[in-house]
Design a protein around this ligand. Structure first.
Ligand code: UD1
Length: 334
């Protein structure tokens, strides 16, 4: 029996493959390399010393997914694959709805056909919209503020409704806060292509000279230093959260549960930039710019439900996140 990792060559997917293999799980990996590349697979093999079956295929092709289920004994699915750029989703909503939703429907339909009923979904803190208070708990109201967020929320709702209709299913919805960092080997990490939007890839581009300007988007928020506060989580901790979710899904006969995966601690943009400069001995030369539209002043998790029910807790700190992110990027330059 294997865990199918859909989107296993991506940033969070690849780190999850490593932690699953390290935990002794058998995996089958599936990716179309839309936002990743085949070298990632060598990185996973090198780090773990283990091999696994890989399919280069698109989740929009039903027959490809069917082949994977036909050729393997899939016990559960971790569904990472999907487009993830907020600004791009605002410009091209149909592209986002079409890929993220149709891909998910295809996976779930095929699971149903083959009697595979355990589905772990890569959700996001974006489903809380702009939270009214912090820390954010799983029972807070849900809303979508952009098409990317809509696709996450629609898939979460589908899982809840499928469970209500037929409680043979087990759904675990993992709501990530802000994943950063990289595996300490420097062999795998975040490689977002040419147009990153998230803070850490922008910091790395500035540190390598690939980008000329790095701006803090607003320093007049009602926070301790005026810059926005987020719950940054090391991607290796996040990956371990998936290993706990796989075990939980195995234990549960059925259910539909959502968990925050965060550290429970917020850092400001300024704190991140200053820590990055200090631990890596790099001067980023950042400036202060205007606010970015749609940003919440503060967003951090209450991760206590995941600790209580999954037995999982983030262990790595902000210095590890900044050091490991740079180590991966620097390695790529060599
Ligand atoms: C963003 C998305 C969120 C998505 C998440 C996925 C928005 C409004 N939110 O979250 O829906 O789930 O990514 O990873 O796009 N910042 C700067 N300068 C920059 C870029 C960002 O100071 O050039 C600041 C932002 O204001 C924010 C922090 O850095 O306070 C983190 O930004 P980002 O990495 O984009 O994450 P989120 O905004 O939390």
């Amino acid at each position: 029996m294997a865990v199918l990792v859909n989107g296993g060559a991506g940033f969070i997917g690849s780190h999850t493959c490593v932690e699953l293999l390290n935990a002794g799980e058998d995996i089958v990996v599936f990716d179309n390399f839309y936002n990743s590349n085949p070298q990632v697979l060598d990185g996973i093999r090198k780090i773990t010393g283990r091999d696994f079956k890989f399919y280069e295929a698109d989740m929009l092709e039903m027959s490809s997914i069917d082949d994977i289920f036909d050729e393997n004994d899939i016990e559960q699915v971790i569904h990472f694959a999907g487009y993830k750029s907020v600004p791009e989703s605002v410009k091209h909503p149909l592209k986002y709805y079409s890929n993220n939703l149709r891909g998910t429907f295809n996976i779930l339909e095929t699971m149903k056909k083959y009697g595979c009923t355990k589905f772990i979904f890569s959700s996001s803190a974006t489903v809380y919209g702009i939270p009214e208070t912090v820390p954010v708990k799983e029972d807070f109201p849900l809303s979508a503020i952009n098409p990317y967020g809509s696709t996450k929320l629609i898939i979460e709702n589908l899982c809840r409704e499928m469970y209500t209709a037929n409680n043979a299913w087990t759904f675990i919805l993992l709501r990530y806060f802000n994943p950063v960092g990289a595996h300490k080997s420097g062999l795998i990490g975040e490689d977002p292509g040419n147009q990153p939007n998230n803070l850490m890839p922008l910091v790395l581009d500035k540190a390598t000279g690939k980008r000329d300007v790095l701006q803090i988007t607003g320093d007049d928020y009602p926070t301790r230093d005026g810059t926005c506060i987020r719950d940054y989580i090391h991607v290796v901790d996040l990956a371990k959260g998936h290993v706990s979710a796989v075990k939980k899904a195995r234990e549960l006969e059925n259910g539909c549960k959502a968990y925050n995966l965060g550290t429970g601690r917020g850092y400001s943009v300024k704190e991140i930039l200053d820590t990055f400069q200090r631990v890596n001995n790099i001067d980023l030369g950042y400036t202060i710019g205007p606010r970015r539209e749609g940003d919440a002043a503060e967003c951090y998790s209450d991760p206590s439900l995941a600790e209580k029910e999954l037995g999982w807790k983030a262990e790595l700190g902000i210095e590890d996140m900044c050091r490991d992110a740079w180590n991966f990027r620097r390695n790529k330059l060599i």
